[in-house]
Design a protein around this ligand. Structure first.
Ligand SMILES: [Zn+2]
Length: 261
């Protein structure tokens, strides 16, 4: 990895951690219809407003050992997990797609996926107020990248596939929010990656849902959010190539440089 790439990736990770900190506010407040701008960050236990030094991504949580500075209430490690995940997604976006529009689109997709996954796990909700603006931004970026046709094909595929499952299962297999999520992901992934991701989401869903269904008592209908499976599949399809092939390429160039092979 060149020094320039290393610097760019580090900057992307730091920016991602800061966006992840904001994402925690979005995940907590948007489903409750609260403003994400006002008031500033507060402890959810004692309501004390947080100073800038309590708000440094990852580091503040570690320095305070996961407790509020004022009331000592435990702060969920999930805040730090969200910040680390967003930092990782930004770094991978730069490594895989470069620091241009394609990288911005991948980072936006990753950020959207993280927010969607945690809101769906918490509330069994996929929010139009997040999905629709992100889909519009994704379409604009795809037009700018001359990939509008593939984006529309991907959106159509996602809407048709998940719309059919929604209709056949009469809304019990998945919700209308999942249909819109699939269409939105289709815009970002395009047709080819969309096919891979949608197929993978059903496989991941089956693998993770079967043990739950087997362990729960017969006839009981547990509600499993399908959104996280779609999210996982889209994350894998978008960011796994750099994770798999990046180290392999680094190994190859190391070998060719130092061993003359
Ligand atoms: Zn507190």
């Amino acid at each position: 990895m060149s020094l320039e790439t290393l610097l760019l990736t580090s900057c992307a990770a730091i920016l991602g951690a800061a966006i992840g900190s904001f994402l925690n506010v979005v995940i907590h407040r948007t489903p409750r219809s609260e403003s994400i701008a006002y008031p500033g960050s507060r402890c959810t236990a004692c309501g004390h407003s947080l100073s800038w030094s309590d708000n440094i991504p990852v580091l503040s949580w570690l320095a305070l050992r996961g407790r509020c500075r004022y009331c000592k209430a435990p702060i969920s490690a999930r805040y730090m997990v969200v910040e680390l995940m967003t930092a990782a997604v930004f770094a991978l976006a730069v490594l895989e797609f470069g620091a241009g529009l394609a990288g911005v689109r991948a980072a936006l997709l990753g950020t959207f996926l993280i927010a969607t996954m945690f809101i769906d796990i918490d509330h069994l909700l996929i929010l139009d107020s997040i999905t629709i603006p992100v889909a519009a931004a994704g379409l604009l970026l795809s037009i700018a990248l001359h990939q509008a046709l593939s984006a529309l094909e991907g959106a159509f595929l996602g809407a048709a596939l998940f719309g059919a499952v929604y209709l056949i299962s009469r809304g019990r297999g998945l919700g209308l929010g999942d249909v819109k999520l699939a269409a939105c992901l289709g815009i970002f992934l395009g047709l080819a990656n969309g096919i891979t991701a949608f197929a993978a989401s059903f496989v991941i869903g089956a693998l993770l849902a079967l043990p739950v269904l087997a362990l729960s008592s017969r006839g009981r209908k547990d509600v499993l959010p399908f959104g996280p499976f779609l999210v996982l599949a889209a994350l894998i399809v978008t960011f796994s190539p750099v994770l798999v092939f990046g180290p392999y390429q680094a190994y190859q160039s190391f070998v060719s440089r130092h061993l003359g092979m």
